[in-house]
Write a protein of this length. Structure first.
Length: 72
């Protein structure tokens, strides 16, 4: 029996569930999951990301209300 692989189709129905993370579900497709452990980034990279975030928020002050804290 031959199986074909189907991947995410941006034109098909997607159900989005929210919890701790958003979960997108689409019927009959293959999922690929990647994740990073909280302590897997070097401290220097975390510091750089925090500075970049602060700079971006200063340059885009109207977006602060959309801010989601991801620990960065």
């Amino acid at each position: 029996m031959l199986h074909t692989m189907s991947f995410y189709n941006p034109n098909a129905l997607v159900t989005i569930y929210r919890g701790k993370l958003p979960h997108w579900r689409q019927e009959g497709v293959i999922y690929f999951v990647t994740f990073r452990l909280a302590d897997s980034l070097p401290q220097a990279k975390l510091d750089w990301l925090r500075r970049e975030k602060e700079l971006w928020l200063r340059l885009h002050p109207g977006t602060a209300r959309l801010q989601i804290d991801h620990g960065v």
